[in-house]
Design a protein around this ligand. Structure first.
Ligand code: ZN
Length: 217
């Protein structure tokens, strides 16, 4: 039974890496999308801090009045998610020194991500607040969610140390989720040690024990 989006572990260290992890790409099993509809997307957006509760109520009303906008928002977010995944894969170095991504696909994804962000920036407004002037993304209720996520995607790509984005190692039995390694020495290998790391270790131990046991006569 797949986890509900409200229970999905947030291990990415940045909202848009958690976004990438909402699609379980599965090693062999069929993919599962935790953002199955616009209401999942809305709940997830509040959970990761993309929206406040009050803003979510406004978005909910706008999407209720305009179902096509709700669908377009979901499509835009999934598109950003896919683009970011391709870009991140092209930057992540595997244990053998190669990358799991295709630079041509990543380049095309950057063009699409820039277009999403440009649309969001066109709808953004300069606003005065007590500390000065800031650029506020998401001023149109029906578009707040994709616009804020486009902003967050640019924030990750331009301000995070992308050499610290790692993938829970699939080849070693990990889940493939992405995370920003904020450990002091950059040595974090698993999305969550309590989950993937320990599961893989326990499996290896069982395999070693089995291998060492004499065959039954
Ligand atoms: Zn994992």
């Amino acid at each position: 039974m797949p986890l509900d989006v409200s229970e999905l572990p947030l291990v990415g260290g940045h909202p848009v890496l958690d976004l990438v992890n909402t699609l379980e790409r599965g090693g062999g099993s069929s993919p599962h999308d935790h953002l199955s509809d616009s209401s999942d997307l809305l709940r997830w957006s509040v959970r990761v801090g993309v929206l406040s509760d009050g803003e979510a109520d406004q978005v909910d009303r706008a999407w209720h009045d305009e179902p096509a906008a709700a669908h377009a928002g979901l499509v835009a977010v999934r598109d950003i998610r896919e683009g970011l995944h391709l870009v991140m894969l092209s930057l992540i170095t595997d244990a053998d020194g190669g990358t799991a991504g295709d630079p041509v696909e990543a380049g095309a994804a950057l063009v699409a991500l820039h277009e999403r962000w440009a649309g969001a920036a066109a709808r953004a407004r300069l606003v005065l607040d007590p500390s000065g002037v800031r650029l506020a993304y998401g001023t149109v209720p029906a578009m707040v969610v994709p616009d804020r996520i486009a902003e967050a995607a640019l924030d990750l790509m331009l301000t995070a140390d992308l050499t610290r984005v790692h993938r829970c190692p699939v080849r070693e039995g990990g889940c493939g989720w992405l995370f920003l390694d904020q450990s002091r020495n950059g040595s974090r290998r698993w999305c969550r040690m309590a989950d993937c790391g320990n599961t893989v270790k326990a499996r290896r131990l069982t395999e070693r024990r089995r291998a060492g046991r004499p065959p039954r006569s």
